[in-house]
Design a binder for this molecule. Sequence first.
Ligand SMILES: Nc1ncnc2c1ncn2[C@@H]1O[C@H](COP(=O)(O)OP(=O)(O)OP(=O)(O)O)[C@@H](O)[C@H]1O
Ligand SMILES: O=P(O)(O)OC[C@H]1O[C@H](OP(=O)(O)OP(=O)(O)O)[C@H](O)[C@@H]1O
Ligand SMILES: [Mg+2]
Length: 286
Amino acid sequence: MSKKIRIAVQKSGRLQEQSVRLLKECGLSFSNGPNRLKTETYNFPAEILFLRDDDIPQYVEDNVADIGIVGENVFIEKQKDIALIERLDFSKCRLSIAIPREKDYEGTASLNGKKIATSYPNIVQQFLTEKNITAEIHEISGSVEIAPGIGLADAICDIVSTGSTLLSNGLKEVETVMKSEAVLIANNNLDAETQVLLEKLIFRIKAVNTAKNNKYLLLNTPNESIEAITKVLPGMKSPTVTPLQQEGWSSLHSVVNENEFWEIIDQLKALGAQGILVIPIEKMII
Ligand SMILES: Nc1ncnc2c1ncn2[C@@H]1O[C@H](COP(=O)(O)OP(=O)(O)OP(=O)(O)O)[C@@H](O)[C@H]1O
Ligand SMILES: O=P(O)(O)OC[C@H]1O[C@H](OP(=O)(O)OP(=O)(O)O)[C@H](O)[C@@H]1O
Ligand SMILES: [Mg+2]
């Protein structure tokens, strides 16, 4: 029987849906019913394990899973002998220190001698050490934002995204300890066959994520603007240019990065481009 790569993803929670979606976009097809803890893929030699996210780094280190998807915050916190293979561009958040809204804060020195509740004791300790602060860390596994309100701690360190959980618990963010996003992690000693499967998967992930960050762009341009537009829109190699039926005009096709998109559109309009169409790309191999 040929080798299967064992991929650990979160069973339920913030990472689950997008981890499963990414694997499916990479062409792995599998069923993931709510109570299935393990499933095989039909068209790629893989097995998917659905686990608590906190356990995934340990499973990957112990070779129970070959690779996994976790938040970078969990990868750093767990301090396992595993590799970060690829940033995945979802579940973006930050790990921040917050204190009750009415308390004064004058920089990290204000944390000296305080009690900080967190699910990330290693990350917080490293932050405090770097800043030369001595504080007591109180580890709790969830509902961290409630800690100051019930007299359990003076401050907290937890995940922040929109900030609404902090707001509704009467807290204010005072320090960003780290930024995080979902990452692909792997065992450091994969055998050759599994390594080949991992490389195939990385290739597909890159194709999917590059496509998400780019758009296919079609426009009509007067022929005299083609050169100037090509400078604005270099594309993957150079744009495709085909003549239109109407004399003196061409259709130009190219690829544009999502982040530069609006800036470029303004320049294109100024150069006389018309009928601009922007189309999502499903996969992109550079
Ligand atoms: N509000 C958020 N916005 C964006 N990403 C988040 C947010 N909350 C958490 N994350 C990311 O998703 C990861 C998983 O969060 P989740 O809240 O599902 O964890 P959990 O409750 O520990 O789940 P589990 O039951 O698997 O242990 C976090 O480690 C973090 O990287
Ligand atoms: O800044 P916000 O947008 O409010 O997001 C931050 C909150 O999101 C996460 O909790 P989640 O909602 O996943 O609940 P749980 O971890 O307590 O189950 C995290 O633990 C924070 O409490
Ligand atoms: Mg967890």
